[in-house]
Design a protein around this ligand. Structure first.
Ligand code: SF4
Length: 65
């Protein structure tokens, strides 16, 4: 799994950080920062929940298979 996020459309809701801490963080303005672009398999489901919950579809994932 590869993760990317579009900071230009992020609306600083913080949901992704709550759902997958350690994968997502926020900068000083609150915009999303991906801190782990290739998370371990045990984190994938929480990342998918974060993607589904993002109100602006700002997070993209690419699955390995
Ligand atoms: S859930 Fe979406 S809008 Fe909210 S902080 Fe994360 S990337 Fe930004």
């Amino acid at each position: 799994m590869l993760i990317d996020a579009d900071r230009s459309t992020c609306v600083v809701s913080s949901l992704c950080v709550y759902r997958a801490p350690g994968v997502f963080d926020q900068d000083e303005d609150g915009h999303v920062v991906v801190v782990d672009h290739e998370p371990a398999p045990e984190l994938h489901e929480s990342v998918r929940r974060a993607v589904r919950g993002c109100p602006t579809q700002s997070i993209r994932i690419t699955e390995d298979d």
